[in-house]
Ligand binder design. Structure first.
Ligand SMILES: CSC[C@@H](O)[C@@H](O)C(=O)COP(=O)(O)O
Ligand SMILES: [Zn+2]
Length: 239
């Protein structure tokens, strides 16, 4: 290998290891936001140009991960890097249970990063209206932070029902990705939310906006105001 190819290889390896470290760092931040507590939640970043996908491990303290805890997969889902087994009392590393869901989102959307959050506000907003098939909100400045949306637009986010195991959500996620072609988030009732963007920056920015909007909706509801109408006027109670 000539020195030019060697330096190319070096920079590719550095991009992968830097991204593994970035996911660990971001999860530490998300923990402080209440998005990944109790080992819940997960994250993935896709390096399109290298054909590689980074995913967090399963069932670990998401705020304490380091770069070497990350799984790296090829675009077809096969393993590229499996983290080393750590000494007892750690269990052998296992890739996130979100793996099939992340792969489905990558397959159906041109995403560069996906965040799965277990934030309380993402749960509660689905419980206030237990029969609703989607979350709708309009006339809130933070809607402008969601790609392709303006202040006056109605933001519509599909809600799917939860299941005992993360992998069992695959059919319902696939259905709503088809039924809601504009969405870049799916809320899972009583569970959390999946949010993606073309880059980790876009996914993080939008995740902040979605969490803000869920929180605002809950607070508007507590104030007796209807979050889904333009005026956010009093909630109309059906008799
Ligand atoms: C509190 S456990 C939550 C898990 O079952 C799951 O919902 C989750 O989000 C994280 O799964 P993981 O396999 O750790 O990535
Ligand atoms: Zn989850």
């Amino acid at each position: 290998m000539d020195s030019h190819s060697k330096s190319g290889q070096f920079w590719k390896i550095k991009q992968v290891t830097d991204s593994m470290a970035l996911v660990a760092e971001l999860c530490g931040h998300f923990y402080k936001m209440g998005w990944v507590s109790g080992t819940g939640g997960a994250m993935s970043v896709r390096l399109h140009h290298l054909g590689l996908i980074i995913m967090t491990p399963s069932g670990v303290q998401k705020e304490r991960m380091t770069a070497e805890d990350m799984f790296v997969k090829c675009s077809d889902g096969s393993d590229f890097i499996i983290p080393p087994v750590k000494a007892s009392p750690h269990k052998p590393p296992k890739c996130s249970d979100c793996n099939p869901l992340f792969m489905k989102i990558y397959e159906m959307r041109n995403a560069g990063a996906i965040i799965h959050s277990h934030a309380m506000e993402a749960c509660l907003v689905t419980m206030i209206r237990p029969l609703s098939k989607d979350f709708r909100i309009t006339h809130m400045e933070m809607i402008k932070g969601i790609e392709g949306h303006g202040y006056y637009d109605e933001l519509i986010v599909p809600i799917i029902e939860n299941a005992a195991q993360e992998g069992e959500l695959i059919n319902s996620i696939t259905e709503v990705l088809e039924a809601y072609p504009r969405t870049n988030a799916v809320v899972v009732r009583n569970h959390g939310v999946f949010i993606w963007g073309e880059s980790w920056i876009s996914a993080k920015t939008q995740a902040e906006c979605y969490h803000y909007l869920f929180d605002a909706a809950i607070k508007l509801h507590q104030l007796g105001m209807d979050w889904s109408t333009p005026s956010h006027g009093p909630i109309k109670r059906s008799s």
